[in-house]
Design a protein around this ligand. Structure first.
Ligand code: NAD
Length: 517
């Protein structure tokens, strides 16, 4: 794919050719959004060329989209689960068939490299694959004979209309964390993609319809905060899945909960890697370079913070060398490792943090600002890999989630114990990784560390979809995790049925006193 071919695909289907406005997805078709008067510009981050404008869905149109989702729910919930799984089986095939297009749309709007964008699609595809066999997870419980003639059964039932609010950084994977399981469980779904990277969601919705998902089961309502507020407040929406920053997610969790909805919210991060001297040096350095700078550091599981124990601080020189060797450029170009940041505001913010970190005493063994922009892309939002060293925990670079290609190496510590204390003192608790050849150190770390996802010699330990994504501390709000068994639990409610079939007309059906046996 190229930027031009992806623009052509978008214009053919969901970008209105005269206005450049993204269409909503309603009843299985792309439809022109009613004019709400406010728009969000979508830019190609490598060039800052305007791709199109995402409309805020008007209140009236939002209500009408939810009403259609409610109507669709009445039929969809009665479709046998095997049939719902069959739709997912066809859906996974179509996603595979359209991986290049999905990846191309991601690269066009998000900037990440095509190879990385294919990973974005693939990780989402794996959730669809698990949805193909969701039925065993939807089983309830039963127990016969809990009293004379009395049996008890529980069913997992769908909730109704669910909604998803997605971030810019995984335009395919994160929507796919949400709606495939929700709809396979019998719900209908309204998705609000990131207003910065809506294209992949548009193609994903269209493919879902082609796979056999009936009209109204999956809709897309575009927008920013006003659409989010409508999602949080609409009485027919029963559950909200959110992934994004703390500022937005804490608000959505509160506002959605206040309106009686279930809310699951995966939030920001500050992921630490701990290096022990007994780790394999070259392999560890390579893993750190990849995990810190891949996707230009714009992954919630990016290994952005390094804690060197003892003499591993000497390895920082190797990391700097590895980082220098990465190729920065446009995501469609062959051989590129690191693409641009999502926006000029992000680029400026990352520049500011590097600047301020240095003023607050950090060393800057590799300064990605100095190289400026990339040849052929004079207007892109590029920041080259940057390494900050000897950073105190008071420093801005340690306190804030940078979300850019910046590796923050904190002041080295002497022991694993100190490393654990430092990490446990950080408010976030998304991912963490330890590099070591010691089983005893690994076990101590695993059991004492306060983080949702722990990697031992695994830099980015994102759980596969038979497990669940498990944040900790400020990296999560809500109490039921995304995908896996938890995902099914989030999108269903239990109903318990107790039956007493009288054997004759004299069978006792209960009296005034609560039974004691
Ligand atoms: P963001 O919070 O800016 O946007 C996410 C969504 O929230 C978007 O759909 C946006 O329209 C909406 N939104 C933004 N501001 C809002 C506001 N004030 N009120 C209501 N809604 C608002 O996040 P982003 O920049 O798109 O994504 C990056 C963030 O997401 C990072 O913090 C990253 O760590 C986090 N993230 C977390 C995970 C995880 O699983 N923990 C995964 C991916 C990204």
């Amino acid at each position: 794919p190229t930027a031009d071919s992806m623009m052509a695909l978008s214009k053919e289907h969901w970008l209105d050719s005269s206005t450049g406005v993204y269409k909503n997805y309603v009843k299985g078709s792309f439809v022109e959004a009613q004019d709400s008067g406010t728009f969000h510009s979508v830019f190609n981050p490598a060039t800052n060329e305007l791709i199109g404008k995402v409309p805020d869905t008007s209140d009236a149109e939002f209500d009408s989209i939810v009403a259609k989702a409610q109507t669709a729910f009445e039929d969809w919930k009665t479709v046998p689960v095997q049939q719902r799984q069959r739709v997912m089986l066809e859906y996974q095939r179509l996603i595979r068939e359209n991986t290049n297009e999905l990846a191309g749309l991601i690269t066009l709007e998000n900037g990440k490299t095509i190879a990385d964008a294919k990973g974005d699609v693939f990780r989402g595809l794996e959730v669809v694959e698990t949805a193909c066999q969701a039925a065993p997870l939807l089983l309830g419980d039963s127990l016969a004979g809990i009293a004379t003639n009395i049996d008890c059964i529980s069913y997992r039932e769908p909730l109704g209309v669910c909604a998803g609010i997605a971030p810019f950084n995984f335009p395919a994977m994160i929507p796919l964390w949400m709606f495939p399981l929700a709809v396979t469980a019998g719900n209908t779904f309204v998705l609000k993609p990131s207003e910065k990277t809506p294209g992949a969601s548009m193609l994903l919705a269209d493919l879902a319809t082609k796979a056999g998902l009936p009209e109204g089961v999956l809709s897309i309502a575009h927008g920013g905060k006003s659409t989010v507020d409508n999602i949080c407040r609409h009485p027919a929406i029963k559950a909200i899945s959110f992934v994004g920053s703390n500022a937005a997610g804490e608000y959505i969790h509160e506002e959605g909960s206040k309106h009686g909805k279930r809310v699951q919210a995966n939030l920001g991060a500050k992921n630490h890697a701990v290096l022990l001297p007994d780790a394999s040096r070259d392999a560890t350095v390579k893993a750190i370079v990849g995990a810190a700078f891949g996707a230009a550091g714009q992954r919630c599981m990016a290994l952005s913070t390094l804690v060197c124990v003892g003499k591993t601080q000497e390895w920082i020189d190797d990391i700097v060398q590895g980082a220098k060797e990465l190729t920065v450029g446009g995501g469609f170009d062959v051989g590129v490792d690191v693409g641009p940041l999502i926006s000029t505001q992000s680029q400026e913010r990352v520049h500011h943090i590097i600047d301020q970190a240095a003023k607050e005493g950090a060393q800057v063994p590799l300064d990605g600002r100095q190289k400026g922009n990339v040849e052929g892309y004079p207007n892109g939002n590029f920041v080259h890999p940057t390494v900050l060293a000897n950073v105190s925990t008071e420093n801005i670079a340690y306190r804030e989630e940078i979300f850019g290609p910046v590796l923050t190496c904190v002041e080295p510590v002497d022991t694993l114990e100190e490393a654990i204390q430092l990490i446990n003192g950080n408010p976030y608790g998304n991912g963490v990784a330890l590099f070591t050849s010691s089983g005893a150190a690994a076990r101590k770390f695993t059991h004492e560390i306060q983080a949702g996802q722990v990697g031992i010699n695994v830099p980015i330990p994102v759980p596969l979809p038979m497990f669940s994504f498990t944040g900790n501390k400020a990296s999560i709000r809500g109490d039921i995790n995304f995908y896996g068994k938890s995902g099914v639990q989030f999108y269903t409610q239990l109903k318990t049925v107790t039956t007493n079939w009288p054997v004759d007309e004299n069978t006792d059906l209960g009296g005034v006193i609560m039974p004691t046996m």
